[in-house]
Design a protein around this ligand. Structure first.
Ligand code: SF4
Length: 316
């Protein structure tokens, strides 16, 4: 029986970013250096497959530092942590390695610098997301005001409208963030902010690739986790760019084949924490049902790499 034809547009870049790659390497190198168990505070990156693979190698995932025994190393996830967390680890004389992505650390430094200069900070981000919690936690409680939507900007109460600065979560939608920044600049014309928000290169590139291919696709699948901010944003960007069916899937088993009946083309991408093996699994699932022609849609080349912390490069 011949299979129906399907053009599969594959976004490039997609999947792992340099910060995720580094965070995973940190856990693997810590396991090599210190042996199991190595504790990891929060999912090292938001992906079940990655977390399960590291758990199989001896990583123990916890949500709070108090769940870790003081005599085992602990690693902080790529999303970053409030200042109080490494302080507490140091007070307990624990060995800890910070896997915070350097691009998130850069935002932490920015927030601290503005605050030292007497500016009140506003953060554009999602309430409760670990990156937002970590960035807001660089300053004392209540010092950073959170805005999630342009409407929030109307209600935010500031000390001095002329002494303000803002930072953003790194994994937001470029378009949504531009609207919030415009609202901030309109209400507070003297607010200081980064030149191009703090949205990172990986988030930007993955969203641009989806924008380029979405209008060509009958459907779009984003491989990623439901708690992955950048993956969820890719689904929204795809829908907004004109793709009538845009869905998040963690693995091939999540694909709703009935919803895809009659399509002639599909776009596939992956969030920054999704490994390539899961994208291959999804493509293979399409090959069992369709005569697939893969076309890669390349909108940027990436060659970013971050070093792991020195403690892991030194012999035990
Ligand atoms: S998505 Fe961006 S900020 Fe987050 S880990 Fe990757 S490179 Fe770093």
């Amino acid at each position: 029986m011949s299979l129906p034809p399907l053009t599969l547009y594959l976004a490039a870049p997609r999947g792992f970013c340099a910060g995720v790659d580094r965070a995973i390497k940190i856990v693997e190198m810590a396991l090599e250096k210190w042996g199991a168990p190595v504790y990891v505070r929060h999912e090292i990156v938001h992906n079940k497959y990655v977390v399960d693979s590291l758990r199989d190698k001896g990583a123990v995932f916890v949500e709070e530092l108090e769940e870790c025994p003081p005599d085992r190393p602990v690693i902080f996830s790529a999303h970053g942590v409030p200042k109080a967390v490494p302080a507490e680890a140091a007070a307990r004389e624990m060995v800890y390695v910070d896997a915070t992505c350097p691009l998130v650390s850069k935002v932490h430094i920015e927030a601290a610098r503005h605050s030292e200069n007497g500016l009140q900070m506003i953060m554009i981000g999602h309430a409760g997301h670990p990156e937002t919690v970590g960035t807001m936690g660089q300053l004392p409680d209540g010092e950073v005001l959170l805005v999630e939507t342009p409407e929030d900007v109307d209600h935010v109460e500031v000390r001095d409208p002329d002494r303000l600065a803002f930072v953003t979560q790194t994994t937001l939608s470029l378009d949504d963030t531009a609207e919030i920044v415009a609202a901030l600049r309109q209400r507070f014309p003297n607010i200081i902010g980064p030149h191009k928000e703090d949205i990172c290169y990986a988030t930007t590139n993955r969203q641009e690739a989806v924008k380029a291919m979405a209008p060509e696709c009958d459907a779009l699948l984003v491989v990623g986790a439901p708690n992955s901010s950048n993956s969820k944003r890719l689904v929204e960007v795809g829908a907004r760019a004109g793709c009538r069916y845009a869905q998040l899937v963690q693995r091939a088993a999540d694909i709703d084949w009935r919803a895809l009946e009659g399509i002639g083309s599909i776009g596939i991408t992956a969030g920054a924490s999704a490994p390539e093996i899961l994208i291959d699994e999804v493509i293979d699932a399409f090959r069992t049902r369709y005569d697939v022609t893969v076309e890669t849609v390349t909108t940027a080349e990436e060659n970013v790499e971050f070093k792991v912390p020195r403690v892991l490069r030194e012999p035990a």
